[in-house]
Ligand binder design. Structure first.
Ligand SMILES: [Zn+2]
Length: 385
């Protein structure tokens, strides 16, 4: 059977940048599974240009373990690569190519490990999940999460192989991203008081966000498992205005909250809406009745914090050989699985230091370590009672 590095070479060759179809990769995985006698089903997007793959081995019924990863990768546009991005290059124990770390390396290890899972009967169900559009807001996996949530055959535990250098990880912050559009009223800047300056009202809202951010950092509960150990707020994009001598009627800004799993980012959003409604809109509408402030949600994902005493964490400690649990700064699909009642842990080959960058790589040593973890998982599932 092919090794994980041989399968990784095949997976890297599919350009699954999130804007592209992932179906060639999914067909490859499906054919590979079929070759082992494993049925799989696809869950397509509305345009049928992308799909999640879901397969189950072993006994029917509830419970068991799911191995999950995303098939899409971030773009290489504007990056300067010294090796081809969509062709695997091996050099000095490193395998280069877009997605080697994030996270086709894990998918390759999972596919390569399946013959070992099939060697003896599994006592628990093993699920395989490959999603799309993770890199653009964990969008693709949501239909699969919904289906699993409603299914009597829902797994208990999910292992997501995002790159942690094979360290056992139990959590990450959640993200709520939002857009705010301020609609004021334009006029000649010489008569500024007759207009409603959308940029100036947007600045008040952004200032309010800054205040909320300072308060979260200063007084509210901290959690030292995260870095920084509190929830943060920041504005990242702003657009508005056409010319200095026109009072701007439109301003739009995007902001995000990166919150501890225990915090609800909607309370921050509600505080900002409340400020807009009570403090700003009455003044704006006194000048121009059509003034408005509108909020909309951008792709976001929930946080994750699995209990270190849970069965999922115990299993991760057993197969990774470490109970030195930590958290990661980046987000995963894990919070969505967790919300569906599937306790989720993260451990995978490679490092996010290499993810999303030119000359992304994973080491052969990391793949070997992941292969070994999956062998231990297979043995545990074969002897579990
Ligand atoms: Zn990833």
């Amino acid at each position: 059977m092919p090794s994980s590095s041989a399968i990784l070479a095949d997976l890297i060759a599919f350009d699954t940048t999130s804007r592209e179809s992932n179906l060639a990769l999914i067909d490859y995985a499906r054919a590979y599974l079929a070759g082992l006698g494993i049925d799989s089903q696809l869950l397509f997007n509305a345009e049928r240009s992308k799909a999640n793959l879901h397969a189950r081995l072993g006994p029917a019924g509830a419970g068991g373990v799911m191995l999950s990863g995303h098939s899409d990768v971030v773009p290489v546009d504007g990056q300067s690569w010294s090796v081809p991005a969509f062709e695997m290059t091996e050099r000095d124990g490193r395998l280069y190519g877009r997605g080697t770390a994030d996270m086709k390396g894990f998918l390759a290890c999972v596919l390569a490990s399946l013959p070992a899972f099939l060697e003896k009967p599994l006592r628990l169900p093993l699920h395989i999940a490959i999603s799309y559009d993770e890199e653009v807001g964990c969008l693709g996996v949501r239909s699969l999460v919904e289906q699993l949530h409603a299914s009597p055959e829902r797994p208990d535990i999910c292992l997501i192989g995002e790159p942690t250098e094979m360290r056992p990880v139990l959590g990450h912050k959640g993200k709520l991203a939002m857009r705010c559009e301020v609609h004021g009223a334009a006029c000649h800047s010489a008569y500024a008081p007759q207009g409603v300056n959308a940029i100036e009202y947007a600045a008040r809202l952004i200032g309010k966000l800054g205040e909320i951010g300072c308060r979260l950092a200063a007084v509210e509960h901290h959690d030292s498992r995260f870095d920084p150990p509190y929830s943060t707020v920041q504005t990242g994009v702003i657009q508005g205005g056409r010319a200095l001598n026109i009072v701007p009627a439109e301003c739009r800004f995007d902001f995000e909250m990166r919150v501890l799993p225990a915090d609800d980012p909607q309370t921050v959003a509600a505080e900002l809406r409340d400020y807009a409604e009570r403090a700003l809109l009455p003044r704006m509408r006194a000048v121009s009745a059509a003034s408005d402030i509108r909020f909309s949600e951008l792709p976001s994902y929930p946080g994750l914090l699995t209990d270190p005493a849970s069965q999922a964490a115990e299993l991760l400690a057993l197969i990774s050989g470490s109970r030195d649990f930590s958290t990661v700064a980046f987000g995963t699909e894990g919070g969505l699985f967790d919300q569906a009642g599937i306790a989720t842990v993260i451990c995978g080959p490679g490092s996010m230091d290499q993810g999303h960058k030119p000359d992304e790589f994973v080491t052969l040593e990391q793949l070997d370590s992941c292969d070994a973890l999956l062998v231990r998982l297979g043995q545990w599932m074969q002897r579990h009672s």
